[in-house]
Design a binder for this molecule. Structure first.
Ligand code: GDP
Length: 439
């Protein structure tokens, strides 16, 4: 599921990450590809349009943070907007104050309602709840039996009336049974049709009015793509559903349904069915799904770390210094310390795909410490004007920092190189941090 979309996104990001700076035309190009990929994944056209507009505004309007590159920041923006599109944080099931909490399932025939009833029952049972499943699918001949078999398999109580076709009545009797058994949850499996029809809707609405479920979940087959969105809208109009369950998420679908449904219908996806077995059920976590689609969870946490570690004001004054070429060794030291705030070099690199196996980073970290010690052994004047550093001063600094004069010279040379690099960048946006000294 979502594999195609995932590989398309990975390609786009590979290109984007290669750019040291992102120009408007880079962003436009990347966005065009994002748009194509989403449309190919069968996401609703209007949803795609709104989505890309939001990402564009953010990508163009945001200054790039230090410690990360613009490509990484772009990925983070796409990530956040996708999470938002899927419904923000995970939305939980209601637990009512009166017992039992009643959950009513609705959906077309074959969507996976009966299977989901048992999966949900099992999920709740594992959390210590006492569940009663009510067989309200009185039209599909095998549905009652199917629920009973699943009930035996999962050791969950089932209430059924084989000869009664009145669903409202069955649910009322079911509720009495739930009280008798002390059930904390009652799950109502209802009948589906091949298509939406008036009679079906009327019947579901009657059950809703009579039994007043705390939660109505619409069970939708994810394989039907765009139709899932229309279906959800129709059910929602009549029943005012509380959430959506997407089944067969394990199938080879393009994922458009999942990505459009929240934004079009305004109701959250609460669970996904990922197989035919009872345990093949997952709570729907937008962040996790997005991280699966983008395969970039690592970059995202890197950017989040940078966001929390680096002060925006600092970044502005630094930019100013680079532009006016007033960047001195004090600023250099500050940057080193900012990088350290992100964690050890190893832990930062581990977050970047492909960099996990980079080998021993201890030498680079040692080098960073050395550079820090050298700068700290300088006077303020020396830090501001490294040009005044002649042999005797260098000897003093080396002795003070426990290093060699050659280390001091190497640092000064690197600093010079960095300054000339900055000259090239100046006038533009923040460059990403140049390579580590000694690294
Ligand atoms: P109902 O008519 O809505 O009650 O549908 P069923 O519960 O009988 O399910 C219809 C078919 O879909 C059955 O063969 C199920 O095993 C299958 N099914 C249900 N949920 C999933 C799922 O998440 N993944 C897969 N692969 N199959 C599912």
């Amino acid at each position: 599921m979502l594999d195609n979309l995932s590989s398309r996104f990975q390609e786009i990001f590979k290109k984007v990450r290669g750019h040291g700076k992102l120009s408007e035309s880079n962003i436009k190009e990347a966005l065009r590809e994002v748009k194509m990929s989403l449309l190919e994944a069968d996401v609703n056209y209007k949803v795609v349009k709104d989505f890309t507009a939001k990402v564009r505004d953010k990508a163009i309007g945001t200054d790039v943070l230090q410690g990360i590159n613009p490509g990484q920041q772009f990925i983070k923006i796409v990530n956040d907007e996708l999470v938002e599109l899927l419904g923000g944080t995970n939305s939980r099931l209601t637990k009512g104050v009166r017992k039992p909490t009643i959950i009513m399932l609705a959906g077309l025939q074959g969507a996976g309602k009966t299977t989901f009833a048992a999966k949900l029952g099992n999920y709740l049972k594992k959390q210590g709840e006492k569940v009663l499943m009510v067989a309200g699918d009185v039209y599909r001949p095998a549905a009652i039996k199917q629920l009973q078999v699943l009930g035996e398999q999962t050791k969950i109580d089932v209430y059924a009336e084989e000869d009664n076709k009145n669903v409202v009545e069955i649910c009322e009797h079911g509720l009495e049974k739930a009280h008798e058994l002390g059930s904390t949850y009652m799950i109502i499996d209802t009948a589906g049709r091949l298509h939406i029809d008036e009679q079906l809707m009327q019947e579901l609405d009657d059950v809703r009015k009579k039994v007043r479920p705390q939660e109505i979940l619409l069970v939708v087959d994810a394989m039907i793509g765009q139709d899932a969105v229309n279906l959800a809208e129709s059910f929602n109009k009549v029943l005012s559903i509380d959430g959506i369950v997407l089944t067969k998420f394990d199938g080879d679908t393009r994922g458009g349904a999942a990505l459009s449904i929240k934004s079009v219908v305004g109701k959250p996806i609460k669970f996904i069915g990922v197989g035919e077995k009872i345990d093949d059920l997952e709570l729907f976590h937008p962040e996790r799904v997005v991280s699966r689609i983008l395969g970039m969870g690592d970059v995202v946490s890197l950017v989040e770390k940078a966001q929390s570690a680096i002060d925006e004001e600092d970044a502005k004054s630094l930019e100013e210094k680079i532009r006016t070429q007033k960047f001195d060794l004090n600023d250099f030291l500050k940057q080193l310390q900012n990088i350290k705030k992100l964690g050890s070099l190893g832990s930062i690199l581990k977050l970047i795909p492909g960099m996990g196996q980079i080998g021993d980073l201890a030498p680079a970290e040692k080098e960073m410490k050395k550079v820090e010690a050298i700068i700290q052994s300088m006077t303020q004047e020396e830090r501001k004007k490294p040009d005044i550093l002649k042999a005797s001063r260098k000897q003093r600094i080396a002795a003070g920092s426990g290093t060699q004069v050659s280390d001091v010279n190497r640092l000064l040379k690197q600093f010079d190189q960095m300054k000339s690099m900055m000259k090239m960048f100046s006038g533009g946006k923040m460059p990403s941090f140049p390579s580590f000294p000694g690294g």
